[in-house]
Ligand binder design. Structure first.
Ligand code: ATP
Length: 443
C-alpha cells in the first residue's frame, strides 16, 4: 500500500479513467457525494457480494438469505428505535455556516473549512432517516422511510423464515442490499455516501446464561470477519485495527461492539462492525406488532426470544479498501494487484496485430472458449486497439491478472503468451491448456 498523501486522489482519478466509479449525474455538473459504478466497478462490486453470499450464506448449513423491500412500514422504525434514536449531533460553524457531525470534529479548534475560531452552534440531534411519501398525497399519514440499515427486515421476517426454512437455533439470516442515510457530512469518495450497500447477518442464539455464552458466538463471527478481510479481500492484517467501542458510545441496541477499522489514505476509519444486539429487536417487534416471535426449542419445547449477534459489512467501503490495498505504482506503470477472484476480468485476450485476420480469428476463438463454455472462467476482456504495450497498461490499471496474446508462433504451434500482471513474466502456454492454467491460479 502506498503511503502517499495523494493516494486517494490517484485512486479517484483511476476509478474515473478506467470505469470503476464515475461522479453521479456528471453531465449536469454532478450531484454531491453520489457515485455510479462503471463497467469494471460493477464487476468488482458484484464479485465481492457474490463471494460474500457464497461464503456466508450458501456454504453454511446454519445460514439462509432474504431480499426485503427498501421501504418498510413506519411502525418498524418506531419499534426498532430508529425514529427516536437514529440521529447524529449536528453543529454549525458560526462564521461560514458549514455543518459538521459534532462527534467527528474537535469543536474547541477553529473551523476546518474557513479556518476561523468563531465557534460552533449548540449540538442538535439530526435524524438520518430519508423520508418519502407513499401515494400522491404528501400528508403526515403517508410518510414512509427508506431503510437506514438492512437489519430490521431480518427481525421482522424472523418468524416467516423460521416457519419455512426448518432451521434450528443457532442460525442466521443474511441479506445484501441498499441502505439510505441522510449523512450530515458525507465524503471521502465512496466511504461515506447517503445511499450505500450493506451485507448483514443477524445470527440468532439461545438466551445466554452467562457472558461466555454469547461471547462464544461473538468470537466466532469476529474470526470469520477477520478471515474474510485477509483471505477474501487480500488485506494485510496490519492494515486493520479492531476498536472495542467504549460502553458510553455504544448504539442504543448494543451490549458490545467491535469496529474493524482500515488504514484508509485519509485516516483509520470504520470498515465493518460486529455487535451483540441482545434480544432488543425481537422483543420490541414482538411487543409493538403484538405477534409472538418466540422460538420453540424442538427438544425441550421451551419458548424464548433468541439473542442476536450482528456482523455487518459495507459493500462500498469494501470496494474502497480493496482498491487502496491493491494500488501499486512502478516506474513505468500503475497496476491493481487485486486478488484474482475479485478482478473485474479474469483475463484479457489480444491478437498481436489487428489487421491480420488469421490472428484475429484465432484470438476470437480463444476468447469465446474462455468466456462462454461450461467451464468459463468468468468475464474475459477483448482488446485489439493500439499496441500490446498499451493494452497491458490498461489491463494492469483494472487489475486483470492475465493477458493472453495470440502471435504468429501461435499459428504454427498452437501456443500463446500468458503475461502475468504482478510478475510481468510471459510464459508460452498451449492454447488447449489455457483454461486450466489460468483457472488453477485464480481459484
Ligand atoms: P459510521 O460510524 O462510519 O457512521 P456506523 O457505525 O453508523 O458507521 P453501521 O450502522 O454499523 O455504521 O453500518 C454498518 C456498515 O455499513 C459500516 O460498517 C459501513 O461499512 C457501512 N456504512 C455505514 N454508513 C455508511 C455510509 N454512509 N456510506 C457507506 N457505507 C456506510
Amino acid at each position: 500500500m502506498s503511503n502517499e498523501k495523494d493516494l486517494m486522489e490517484k485512486i479517484v482519478s483511476l476509478c474515473k479513467r478506467r470505469g470503476f466509479v464515475f461522479p453521479g449525474s456528471e453531465i449536469y455538473g454532478g450531484f454531491a457525494n453520489s457515485w455510479n459504478y462503471g463497467p469494471v466497478g460493477v464487476e468488482l462490486k458484484n464479485n465481492i457480494k457474490q463471494l460474500w453470499w457464497k461464503r456466508f450464506v450458501q456454504q453454511r448449513s446454519d445460514m439462509v438469505g432474504i431480499d426485503a423491500a427498501l421501504i418498510m412500514k413506519p411502525a418498524v422504525w418506531e419499534a426498532s428505535g430508529h425514529l427516536k434514536n437514529f440521529s447524529d449531533p449536528l453543529v454549525e460553524c458560526k462564521n461560514c455556516h458549514t455543518r459538521f457531525r459534532a462527534d467527528k470534529i474537535d469543536i474547541t479548534k477553529p473551523c476546518e473549512i474557513c479556518g476561523k475560531a468563531a465557534g460552533f452552534t449548540e449540538a442538535k440531534m439530526f435524524n438520518l432517516m430519508f423520508k418519502t411519501f407513499i401515494g400522491p398525497a404528501e400528508e403526515q399519514a403517508n410518510i414512509a422511510y427508506f431503510r437506514p440499515e438492512t437489519a430490521q427486515a431480518m427481525f421482522v421476517d424472523f418468524k416467516n423464515v423460521l416457519d419455512t426454512s426448518r432451521k434450528t437455533i443457532p442460525f442466521g439470516i443474511g441479506q445484501i442490499g441498499k441502505a439510505f442515510r441522510n449523512e450530515i457530512t458525507p465524503g471521502n469518495f465512496i466511504f461515506r455516501t447517503r445511499e450505500f450497500e450493506q451485507m448483514e447477518i443477524e445470527y440468532f442464539i439461545p438466551v445466554p446464561k452467562s457472558d461466555e455464552e454469547w461471547n462464544k458466538y461473538f468470537e466466532m463471527w469476529r474470526g470469520n470477519m477477520l478471515s474474510w478481510i485477509k483471505d477474501d479481500l487480500g488485506i494485510l492484517p496490519e492494515h486493520i485495527h479492531e476498536l472495542e467501542v467504549p460502553k458510553e458510545e455504544l448504539a442504543h441496541y448494543s451490549k458490545r461492539t467491535i469496529d474493524f477499522e482500515y488504514h484508509f489514505p485519509f485516516g483509520v476509519d470504520e470498515l465493518y462492525g460486529l455487535a451483540y444486539r441482545t434480544d432488543f429487536d425481537l422483543k420490541n417487534h414482538s411487543e409493538k406488532s403484538g405477534q409472538d416471535l418466540r422460538y420453540t426449542d424442538p427438544q425441550t419445547g421451551e419458548k424464548y426470544l433468541p439473542h442476536v449477534i450482528e456482523p455487518t459489512w459495507g459493500v462500498d467501503r469494501s470496494v474502497l479498501a480493496v482498491l487502496c490495498e491493491s494500488y501499486r505504482e512502478e516506474a513505468d506503470r500503475v497496476y491493481l494487484s487485486l486478488p484474482p477472484k475479485l478482478a473485474p476480468y479474469k483475463a484479457a485476450v489480444f491478437p498481436l496485430l489487428k489487421n491480420k485476420p488469421e490472428l484475429v480469428k484465432k484470438a476470437k476463438e480463444i476468447h469465446l472458449a474462455l468466456s462462454t463454455s461450461n467451464l468459463a472462467l468468468g468475464p474475459i476482456a477483448w482488446d485489439d486497439r493500439g499496441n500490446v504495450g498499451k493494452r497491458y497498461y490498461s489491463q494492469d490499471e483494472i487489475g486483470t491478472p492475465f493477458c493472453v496474446t495470440v502471435d504468429f508462433q501461435s499459428l504454427e504451434d498452437n501456443t500463446v503468451t500468458v503475461r502475468n500482471r504482478d510478475t510481468k513474466e510471459q510464459p508460452r502456454v498451449g492454447a488447449g491448456e489455457l483454461r486450466d492454467y489460468i483457472s488453477k491460479q485464480i481459484y
